[in-house]
Design a protein around this ligand. Structure first.
Ligand code: HEC
Length: 91
């Protein structure tokens, strides 16, 4: 019964990053960011935290909306952590 998926504990978290990502980012970054969609694959990215933070805050003209108004720094930290811990979907 190997169904444990290592679901992240909600450490006092108001933010469910999985859900947030699926709802807000997932229609461009497919399968939770595991595969490319309208946007590139994010899993195993070689970008720095700073790059990712910047991209989420400022978006990219004509490609990705800016989310700087929507997310706090802590939210973005959580998203970066989410991206860093993405694993291939097995099954
Ligand atoms: C409308 C589609 C769209 C949405 C929604 C979107 N993105 Fe993107 N994203 C893109 C595109 C397109 C790029 C590539 C931009 C470029 O050319 O550098 C990108 C690039 C990125 C990158 C940089 C990847 C790299 O290696 O260059 C990150 C990180 C990222 N997005 C995270 C997010 C997160 C987190 C969200 C949700 C909060 C999100 N994106 C929502 C379309 C989208």
């Amino acid at each position: 019964m190997a169904t444990a998926q290592g679901a992240p504990a909600q450490e006092g978290g108001k933010l469910d990053v999985n859900q947030l990502f699926a709802g807000t980012c997932g229609w461009c970054h497919s399968d939770g960011g595991r595969v490319a969609g309208k946007g590139p694959k994010l899993m195993d990215t070689e970008r720095s935290d700073e790059f990712i933070r910047n991209r989420i805050r400022n978006g990219k003209e004509g490609a990705m909306p800016a989310f700087g108004q929507m997310f706090s720094d802590a939210d973005i930290d959580a998203i970066i952590k989410y991206i860093r811990t993405l694993k291939p979907d097995e099954g």
